[in-house]
Ligand binder design. Structure first.
Ligand code: PEP
Ligand code: MN
Length: 365
């Protein structure tokens, strides 16, 4: 894998060395010493796992469910490092967690979705992590707010922590969804645009919330050029103490990883390169036509606004707008363009048209 745009960190050195996406796996929660060691042993046998994950302090929505084994589990993770040879990662939510993790030589820490939402908590963690050199992964906040996610990364960067990765675990939304946490792919892509030097890892387990969604979500992440995957694995998923429906056995993880298609950023094939170039040039032409059509449409809007002003007519005519909204989607459907997409596009065009008309109607004489 080409990783030239990424900073030189724990994560990117591994990525460069293996030339394949970073793979993080392990149980949602460390439950028993046997479960931790059995999972780690089977994962190590897969031969391509980079990092073992296990939650020991579990942020649960309601009290009374399994809240993790806490520091009792730290020596179990040390056995994973020493006897099985996998580096280990845990979630930290307080400076006290950081202190205990570091005292036990935990290799990598991550900040969970329920912590990233809180700038005070993130700042306290950044202060506790400053100067330790420990690699940190930051999950997206629970709510679909890319600025909070970016803000957490900035707080860590300002504390001098450069060994960073971001984890996309999906977002809570009110809208009904087949996912446990809607992926809303545009948000992680925006984060990647703002932090091109930070590897982006997808967590299909918490996005999907169901085993059968892991493969399609992971495939989409790889096709969107993610740098790695974090997938929850448990020797007996149905009886896991947390997130049972989304965990898979290490064996099933191995199958998923071999079913994934690992595609390239580009190709050396001259025929591919020529054809891609030709199609991109045609797209450039089509885009110019779209923009010119928009310019034409907007100058008609201006003309109409001037007439409305002369005749003292209001900007919004609801029936005209409804007619535009439905007819354009229909036209799109007839030529094989996604109707929902065209509806969204026309909402934007309508906002711009109202903005322009407001400006013209209220322009001083
Ligand atoms: C987890 O990784 O088990 C976890 C609690 O995830 P999140 O913070 O994404 O909910
Ligand atoms: Mn989990």
């Amino acid at each position: 894998m080409e990783v030239t745009h990424l900073a030189d960190t724990f994560f990117t050195r591994r990525l460069t060395a293996k030339g394949q996406p970073l793979l993080i796996a392990g149980p949602c929660s460390a439950e028993t010493e046997e479960q931790v060691l059995a999972t780690a042993r089977s994962l190590q046998a897969l031969g391509n796992i980079d990092l073992f994950r296990a939650g020991i302090w579990k942020p649960r929505t309601r009290p009374g469910s399994f809240e993790g084994m806490g520091k009792t589990a730290l020596p179990w993770l040390q056995r994973v490092q020493q006897e099985i040879g996998l580096p280990v990662a845990i979630e930290v939510a307080t400076p006290h967690h950081v202190e205990q993790a570091l005292a036990h030589g935990i290799d990598v820490l991550w900040i969970g979705a329920r912590t990233t939402v809180n700038p005070f908590a993130v700042q306290e963690l950044a202060d506790a992590l400053a100067g330790t050199g420990v690699p940190v992964m930051v999950k997206n906040p629970v709510n679909p707010d890319v600025a909070l996610w970016a803000g957490a990364l900035e707080r860590l960067e300002r504390a001098g922590i450069t060994n960073l990765a971001a984890i996309h675990r999906g977002f809570s939304t009110f809208a009904p969804s087949r996912y446990r946490n809607a992926p809303t792919w545009a948000l992680p892509i925006e984060l990647k645009t703002r932090f091109p030097h930070i590897p982006l890892i997808c967590d299909p387990s918490h996005i999907g919330g169901r085993r059968d969604l892991l493969l399609p979500i992971a495939q989409k992440a790889l096709d969107l050029d993610y740098d790695g995957l974090m997938i929850e694995t448990h020797p007996d998923p149905d009886h896991a103490l947390s997130d049972a429906e989304q965990q898979v056995t290490p064996q099933r993880l191995g199958e998923i990883l071999s079913e994934l298609k690992y595609r390239y950023r580009s190709s050396d094939n001259a025929e591919y390169l020529n054809k891609a170039e030709e199609l991109r040039q045609k797209m450039d032409v089509a885009d110019r036509e779209i923009i010119e059509a928009l310019a034409r449409r907007m100058s008609l809007v201006e003309e109409l606004a001037a007439y409305k002003k002369e005749n003292n007519v209001k900007i919004l005519q609801l029936d005209r707008w409804q007619e535009i909204f439905t007819s354009r989607a229909e036209w799109a459907g007839r030529v094989g363009v996604n109707e929902k997409f065209v509806e969204e596009l026309y909402k934007l065009i309508h906002i711009e048209s109202i903005r322009k008309q407001t400006e013209i109607l209220n322009r001083p004489e």
